[in-house]
Design a protein around this ligand. Structure first.
Ligand SMILES: [Zn+2]
Length: 338
């Protein structure tokens, strides 16, 4: 372990002996890196303009396609997929399915005498379009902790799918059902789930779906006919969208989908607007995160994003796992973890 350190500096930096890698940098990487790895296409993990000319840049073919279609940015890269092995400067980089969104990857970085896993965002549960995240058999695990709080326990996907299905099936003849969630994530999962229904999809989602060959549904423009299912991102001005639906249709159902709605307070705010909220997420819930740590056998765990501090504390206090939030570059001098 001597010679190893990991920290956050506009991306996850991993150093071991004379090797350096960065994962999901949001600014142009400065200094030398043996490799720059991208886990998936969400904007809090990839900033295409910062990656122009960066080399060697590693990502999945799907993530590159999404960036090209959505951001109009073609990035020269090495395309990998789950099961790929890549040897760069004596570092073996394994790509694994992260189960988060289309094209999402976890990485296992093998330095020969030390294996480091980086989950990226991940979901251990399989969905209509993705299988669950593969476990990482590593010495050091750097993992996301978005829902690393015991309050976040999601019903199984089957339960949530059935609930959604009954809402969609019960759609009213004179109204529409509006499903709202992350364009990259819910946008593909729900398009696949409701492909046999009269489905209208917001352009920002359709662009992504077309780029990865998911051709279901029509592009939404204006108000679709009554009896339709509408798939859209979560609008900033939810109140005015609801107002327009109310004035156009005799009745409607609107459902917001995100893991955050496992928290009663978050969901009840939407319900007061007449919007249902279901915790259908691209992330693992709290029990899923705990299981993932235990199955990895990692000796050290760094947590990052979301509830990183809270989850690290839980791992230390309740499970006796050596865990801490990933330090920032500025905290490194105080880092006595390893
Ligand atoms: Zn994500």
């Amino acid at each position: 372990m001597r010679g190893f350190r990991a920290y956050y500096d506009n991306g996850i930096v991993i150093e071991y002996k004379n090797k350096r890698l960065i994962v999901d940098p949001l600014r142009k990487p400065s200094g030398f890196f043996n490799a720059v790895l991208i886990t998936h296409g969400h904007r809090d993990h990839v900033n295409p303009s910062a990656l122009r000319g960066v080399s060697p840049l590693v990502m999945s073919r799907e993530t590159a396609s999404i960036i090209r279609a959505r951001d109009n940015e073609y990035l020269r890269h090495i395309a990998v997929s789950p099961g790929s092995k890549l040897l760069i400067d004596d570092i073996m980089i394994y790509s694994l399915n992260a189960g988060h969104v289309i094209g999402s990857l976890s990485y296992m970085i093998d330095f020969g005498d030390l294996r480091v896993g980086v989950t990226g965002d991940f979901n251990v549960e399989s969905s209509a379009i993705l299988s669950g995240a593969e476990r990482l058999d590593v010495d050091v695990l750097i993992m996301e902790a978005t829902y690393g709080d015991p309050e976040y326990v999601f019903p199984s996907r089957d339960v949530l799918y059935n609930e959604l299905m009954s809402i969609v099936e019960g759609r009213i003849k004179d109204g529409v059902v509006v499903l709202m969630g992350q364009p990259l994530g819910r946008g593909q999962e729900l398009a696949a789930l409701f492909r046999d229904y009269p489905l209208y999809i917001e352009p920002s989602i359709k662009i992504i779906n077309n780029a990865i060959g998911l051709k279901y549904g029509r592009v939404l423009s204006g108000f679709p006919p009554a009896g339709s299912i509408v798939l859209m991102g979560m609008p900033r001005d939810l109140g005015s969208v609801i107002g327009r639906l109310r004035s156009k249709y005799g009745s409607f159902r609107a459902v917001a989908l995100s893991g955050m709605y496992a928290r009663y307070s978050r969901a009840s705010r939407l319900r007061s607007l007449g919007v249902d909220a279901l915790p259908l997420s691209s992330h693992s819930d709290f029990p899923g995160l705990v299981d993932f740590v235990l199955s990895s056998g990692a000796r050290f765990v760094y947590t990052v994003y979301g509830n990183a501090s809270r989850f690290a504390r839980y791992l230390r206090n309740e499970l006796k796992v050596m865990a801490r939030p990933l330090p920032s570059a500025g905290q490194l001098t105080m880092d006595t973890f390893l």
